[in-house]
Design a protein around this ligand. Sequence first.
Ligand code: BG6
Length: 474
Amino acid sequence: MKFNDNFLWGGATAANQCEGGYNEDGRGLANVDVCPTGKDRSAVITGNLKMYDFDDDHFYPAKVAIDMYHNFRDDIKLFAEMGFKVYRMSIAWSRIFPNGDEETPNEKGLAFYDEIFNECKKYGIEPLVTICHFDCPMYLIKNYGGWRNRKMIGFYEKLCRTVFERYKGKVKYWITFNEINMILHAPFMGAGICFEEGENREKIKYQAAHHELVASAIATKIAREIDKDYKVGCMFAAGSAYPYSCNPKDVWEATKVDRESYFFIDVQARGKYPNYALKEMERKGITPVMEADDIDILRKYTVDFIAFSYYNSRCVRTDNSDDVAEGNLFASAKNPYLSYSQWGWPIDPLGLRITLNHIYDRYEKPLFIVENGLGVKDEINENGEIEDDYRIDYLREHIKAMRDAVNLDGVDLIGYTTWGPIDLVSAGSGEMEKRYGFIYVDRDNEGKGTLERRRKKSFYWYKKVIESNGSDLD
Ligand code: BG6
């Protein structure tokens, strides 16, 4: 019961949740910078509260985050100490194009990522690069309305061409958009969209989704032209939806919930809008505006692999119960067979095997689990140690489920990167104290702390897991 010798073990971060250095070396302001902590965060990330700049009443965690901008050498060294084969990270768009619509890129921004890739190479770590992890230059939001505007495709295309050319030979694996289905649930964070009073929100979201889907296909085309060895993937927030009961109404609703996410991947992996989506849009009168070539581009440039995040399964019931559970992406019905994290997210390792099988059955393309983990409040004990056995237990059970999917079900899995191998800012809540890491970072929700790094017990455990290629999970 093990993995291929070239299985890619590692961890995943996103620029806005770890880099900080929000205004250094010419970087422009981005949507992710102006998402505050506290009660307004949810209204901001969903596009219901317009926040286009900083104010004195809020704390903005992305400004400093964990200051990886200045610490990346030491942090990557720690990843190497754990034996990482791959490091998933993202490029901050506004470091490369501070406004987003410039003719020429910001050399200092490009040079920063050169250094990161050089550092990875030093340790034999393969970078896996997300081109857009929720970020969008603020200038493009203020002046073009974010992804609701078709012009975004051109700006994104320029970003892709620039990084594909610049990092040729240094990077092999690319992901076009992080959790592309997030656009439906957090449109400001997912696509730089703020709503005006009385707008048809569904229509705007699906139009923006169309723009991102076409942009992703164009990126795939350009990547292949620039380097035939490039591997381009899509990425979505996964977690199969279970019907709460065998009542066919529950089963049908659960199918619809799954399709809401599969819709994106159906386009990116199969190359066309699925019929169920076309019909649904037609019924709602929200058919996206398309240009003549769009259908052809989507058909020709499908992805090489499918990446996804898995934190939890979902549960769907139709009897109007208000017994709900939180979770990545959105809340769903509470599943009585599962336990729950401190943030109320279901814990369902078998759900990972189920999800892997559902996705593989549907697409038959290589899969990559690029996020998985448990967000927890960690305590430092009197000896200065963090004994995070709960994290080890969570990961162990998920790795076992993944091992079963590979060995018993024949799922083709390229790799596994846990979310936040080093503690970082939570995307959903903006908190620092929702920790996922093997490495503790001394910083709290108010931005206090020394930023010192400290290895947790799970650090040594994950090192052993990687060393044994997933056979020693004790
Ligand atoms: C995914 C995102 O939604 O889940 C990450 O791709 C995010 O950016 C992760 O951090 C965990 O969610 P949270 O809200 O606990 O940070």
